[in-house]
Design a binder for this molecule. Structure first.
Ligand code: SF4
Length: 213
């Protein structure tokens, strides 16, 4: 079993999970966000490394003392980490229970991918973009029906408290009123930890231009 990894970011503090974390950005994503923050992750033509779960554990364990001392661990992002559900399950078997495993995900994947990792995941950072299907598809190029199903699955399993739902305001795509409607829908589903922020489209544009997409 192998997975393509774009990059690591070590020694992150309280940015994507408790304690000190290492962010692992996997390659590939089902979405094509207009201002993608990681356009290099969207094509395997971009430089990347390939790891087995064992190899990745060897790479990350140099920070184990930080993880254990602070209640931190690994955050899998990308790209879309749920495309690597089998890899993440195997990684948990190798790293044991002491490391936290968080996922930074769009949830736009088949429900069985999510089901596969629920037993090994401590926290979810879910970027729902906007809950309005038309806004969502105009920004990502995909519909959000899988996102809705997976949000409902997390809520039904009583996991809403383990989730942070990120809702960006994206200039040219949604308005403060759209954001408010998304917040209301998310709250009705039972989620309370909501991260609202204004998306830096200039940063996204620069990344896109650099990548030539
Ligand atoms: S979900 Fe993230 S990685 Fe995927 S296209 Fe959107 S911004 Fe890029």
């Amino acid at each position: 079993m192998e997975a393509e990894v774009l990059a690591f970011s070590r020694h992150r503090i309280a940015t994507d999970g408790e304690g000190v974390t290492t962010l692992v950005a996997f390659m590939l994503c089902p979405l094509s966000c207009v201002y993608c923050l990681n356009p290099q992750a969207l094509s395997l033509k971009s430089p990347h490394k390939v790891y087995t779960p064992e190899g990745l554990y060897d790479e990350l364990k140099k920070d184990e003392l930080y993880f254990l001392a602070t209640g931190g661990g690994v955050t899998f992002g990308g790209g879309e980490p749920l495309l690597r559900h089998g890899f993440i399950r195997r990684f948990r078997e190798i790293c044991g229970q002491a490391w936290k495993i968080n996922l930074e995900t769009s949830l736009n994947v088949p429900e069985e991918y999510l089901e596969d990792v629920i037993p090994v995941t401590d926290g979810y950072i879910v970027d729902v973009k906007d809950m309005n299907p038309e806004i969502y598809s105009s920004y990502t190029g995909k519909d959000n029906s899988k996102v809705m199903r997976n949000l409902a699955a997390l809520a039904e399993r009583g996991l809403a408290g383990k989730c942070v739902i990120r809702i960006p305001e994206i200039e040219g795509y949604n308005t403060p009123d759209d954001v408010r409607r998304s917040v209301e829908m998310i709250q009705r589903l039972g989620f309370e930890n909501i991260d609202l922020f204004k998306y830096d489209i200039d940063y996204g544009k620069r990344k896109r231009d650099l990548q030539g997409t």
